[in-house]
Each structure stands twice: as C-alpha cells, then as structure tokens.
Write a protein that binds this ligand. Structure first.
Ligand SMILES: NC(=O)c1ccc[n+]([C@@H]2O[C@H](COP(=O)([O-])OP(=O)(O)OC[C@H]3O[C@@H](n4cnc5c(N)ncnc54)[C@H](O)[C@@H]3O)[C@@H](O)[C@H]2O)c1
Ligand SMILES: N[C@H](CO)Cc1c[nH]c[nH+]1
Ligand SMILES: [Zn+2]
Length: 421
C-alpha cells in the first residue's frame, strides 16, 4: 500500500517526489507519432490507426455513422433508457443555461465599453469508448456546446469492431448531430485538430479520454482550442471520520475507470486510514471490473496528515474530484484552491456528479486543476472587447493616451489621436 505521513510542512517534499514519479514517456512518443502521421497522410493514416487500435476497417464510406446505423441504434433504446437520459439531460441543460456568460457593456466617462461573447463555429467532441461506454459524456459535451450556440458539432468516438453504443447515438440524435465519426484515441484528436479528407478541422476540441487522448489534446493545443487535459479519472477523499466507510466505495468508483486512474485518501488518524484502505482493497479484489480495478488500486495513495496541512496536500495534487467528508467543510474550503470539482458532505458522492447533478463531469486531471477549469459553455465561447468613443469622450481621454504614447516613443500612436481632437 502506498502510504505517506505528512505531519510537517517539510514532509510535503515526500508528496512532491511521489507525484514526480508519474511519467508516461512511452505513451507520449506514441502520440507524437500518431499526430505526425495524421498531419502528413491524413485519411490514409487515420484508417490504418482505426484498424490497428480498434479493429475497425475504416474507409471513407463507413467512417461516418450512416442513417441506417442511426436507425438501427435508435430502435434498440428502451423506454427506461430514454427516461433516464432525459432526466439527466434536463438537469445538465438547466445548470449550463444558468451559467451561460452573456455579452455586457458599461459606460465610463461617456465611452461605451464592453465584452461581446460569441461561440466558436466548429466544435469537435470526443466521447470515450475504449474500456467502457460513456453516453453520460455525450450529454456532458454536447450540452455546453449546444447551449453556447456552436454552429457545427462533430463527434469522434472509438468504434471497436465497428460498434458504437446506441445510447450515444440516441443522444446525438436528440441534438440533431449527424456527424459522428467512428474514430478514437490520439488519431481522433489529431484529425479534429488538423483535418483530413473525412474529418473537418475544428476550432475547439472538448471531451475526456485515456492517456493517449489526453496527451494528444495537450500536444495539439494552440493549433486548436481545448477544454482541458481531461485524462484518466482521479478522486481524493478527505475525511475526519470513517464509521460509514463511504470513502472506500468512492475510491473504488473511480478506480474502475482505467488502470491509470488515481485515487487518494487523506485522513487525520491511522485508525481511519487502516479502516478505509482495508475496505478499499477488499472491494477491489471482488470488483466486477477486476482487471482494471486491481491495477489502478495499486496506485492508490493513503495520506495521514493534519487538518492544517490537508489544504496544501490538495493544492499539490490538484485532484480532478475532491470529496470533503468533514465536519464544517465550508470553513475548510478556505485552506485550498486546486480541485476540478468539490463534493461537500457525506451524501454528495461523485457518482451523482458523474451523471445527474448538473455540473459538468469533464474535468482537468494530472495536476492541471492548478490552472484549468471544468468543461462549460465557456469552453466554446470567445470574448471580444467593445470600445466606442464619442468625440466628447475622446477629448477627455486623449491627453492621457497621448502622454503614454510619448513615454513609449510611439509617435504615430499619439498623432492618430491628435488629428481627432
Ligand atoms: N477527466 C475526465 O473528465 C474524464 C471523464 C470521463 C472519463 N474519463 C477517462 O476517460 C478514459 C476513457 O478511456 P478508454 O480507454 O475507456 O476510452 P478512450 O476512448 O479514451 O480510449 C480508447 C482509444 O485509446 C486508443 N488506444 C488504446 N490503446 C492504445 C495504445 N496502446 N496505443 C495507442 N492508442 C491506444 C485507441 O485509439 C482507442 O480508440 C478513462 O481514462 C476515464 O477515466 C475522464
Ligand atoms: N468520473 C468520470 C470523470 O472522471 C466521469 C464519468 C462518466 N461516467 C462515469 N463517470
Ligand atoms: Zn466516474
């Protein structure tokens, strides 16, 4: 069992060393090659990788889900499945609508100043589908793009042996999305970033994925916008009690996503650490997704610390999900800043956030919650400044702007104002 005792500020170095060991050089090199190949050989390389990694013999005629495939898939969706999806859809839509940023203006010394919010034109959404199917991620990526007003939405998802989850296609149909490409992994991200004969180049790529998808998004960023590096799932539970053992179940729920998932338990006494770790490893042994869970449970880290130092531990790890099972969680929240999503109290388990609470479940991982945010409508929006002066307003500000231009030796800047005075 990975265990750290952090009792003093200096002990935090042990955690930094532990985190620095997580290197994925081999996977990063694989992704670099995939991106290079897609940029150079486009569809030809894309089809080869679909075959190599997903056993799908792709070509220009079958890469896009056809009308017949849509119809077949929709006929398989049961009434109960539809009701479940529509329940979550409404909650997620309401949340994203409520937090939609709006254009706004102010008036200052007679000038109108503002921010104009516009959506990107083309968004590429990645819906994972390697080790599990993720219709919930279809809702979590489509809804913010749709609410933001994106003009064209394209979906990429792996089609192992040519199969796509019918629930995903049902959700795409609810939003009239016709372009669902049967492509997964780094090759999907590269295709959306640079375009191929079959897949258009988009403005923003959003959606989570495994280590290959996450590296690819990181590498194409700058040529295209991304939501965040939303890679293998992570959860940290901080608790000051362990009577109910909820933490062990919550750790397991994320360990089952991926062998590279990361789960952390932070407790304040050894007794709780022992109780939670014993239960967690017992559950992992009999887990349904045992192959994945047994591997990821080996990465679980148990930390014994004090309430005072726990905030610094959170900030260092910057977990994708943070559960605070604490007395007085709100006062504790002043002690840290870095977490993708914060679940407060023993009843707010992460599974609710994964599916139905409303906020997005696509979140930054691998310590990037230090600077990245949850996927939201903002992922698909840009802001432009608005500046509108009248002659009177110009007369008020110009003398100051002219002086600034002169301090900088930029005389043409000053002249552009002087001719208007
Ligand atoms: N951070 C978040 O917000 C969030 C949300 C949901 C899911 N997730 C994560 O998404 C991931 C889903 O992973 P998944 O694997 O099930 O699906 P995935 O769609 O992310 O990955 C499958 C693809 O990986 C590629 N791949 C697999 N093995 C490869 C190899 N050896 N070399 C090159 N490429 C390879 C293939 O192209 C395949 O299509 C999990 O890690 C899960 O934890 C994260
Ligand atoms: N926990 C994932 C984010 O890391 C989201 C998810 C989707 N389905 C189940 N869980
Ligand atoms: Zn999950």
């Amino acid at each position: 069992m990975n265990y750290l005792e952090i009792k003093t500020h200096n002990d935090l170095d042990k955690l930094k060393l532990y985190l620095a060991k997580n290197q994925y050089d081999e996977q990063e090199n694989t992704v670099r090659k995939i991106i290079k190949d897609i940029r150079e050989k486009k569809d030809e390389a894309l089809f080869e990788y679909c075959h190599k990694f997903d056993n799908f013999k792709a070509n220009k005629d079958n890469i896009n889900v056809s009308n017949t495939e849509f119809e077949q898939a929709l006929s398989q969706v049961t009434l109960e499945q539809k009701e479940t999806i529509l329940y979550a859809k409404e909650k997620i839509e309401n949340f994203h609508r409520a937090f939609l940023p709006k254009s706004c203006i102010i008036e200052q010394n007679g000038a109108i100043l503002g921010t104009r919010v516009t959506s990107v034109k083309k968004a590429g959404l990645y819906i994972p589908g390697g080790k599990a199917f993720y219709p919930s991620t279809a809702l979590m990526t489509i809804i913010p793009a749709y609410v933001a007003g994106v003009d064209e939405i394209y979906i990429c998802t792996p089609a192992q042996n040519s199969y796509i989850n019918p629930l995903l296609l049902y959700i795409a149909k609810l939003y009239n999305i016709e372009n669902v490409f049967k492509v997964g992994g780094a090759q999907a991200i590269a295709a959306l970033a640079y375009g191929t004969q079959s897949i258009p180049k988009v403005d923003v790529i959003a959606g989570p994925g495994n280590i290959y998808v996450a590296f690819a998004k990181k590498l194409v960023y700058g040529d295209v916008g991304i939501d965040s590096v939303a890679g293998p799932s992570e959860v940290m539970v901080v608790s000051d009690n362990c009577e109910k053992l909820y933490a062990a179940y919550d750790l397991l729920s994320q360990a089952e996503h991926d062998a590279n998932a990361k789960v952390y338990y932070v407790g304040f006494n050894k007794e709780c650490i022992n109780k939670i770790s014993d239960k967690f490893f017992e559950l992992a042994k009999t887990a349904k997704r045992s192959e994945i869970t047994l591997k990821s449970s080996q990465n679980a880290l148990f930390i014994q610390t004090t309430r005072e130092l726990a905030g610094q531990i959170i900030d260092e790890i910057a977990p994708e999900h943070l559960e605070l099972q604490l007395n007085d969680p709100y006062s504790f929240m002043n002690s840290f800043k870095n977490a993708g999503a914060i679940f407060i109290g023993e009843y707010s388990c992460e599974t609710l956030g994964d599916y139905v609470a409303g906020p997005n479940h696509t979140l930054p991982t691998s310590q990037t919650a230090r600077f990245s945010s949850v996927l939201s409508t903002e992922t698909f929006l840009k802001k432009s400044s608005i500046i509108h002066y009248t002659h009177k307003a110009l007369q008020q500000d110009a003398p100051y702007a002219i002086k600034f231009a002169e301090y900088e030796g930029l005389f043409a800047h000053a002249e552009a104002l002087k001719v208007r005075l």
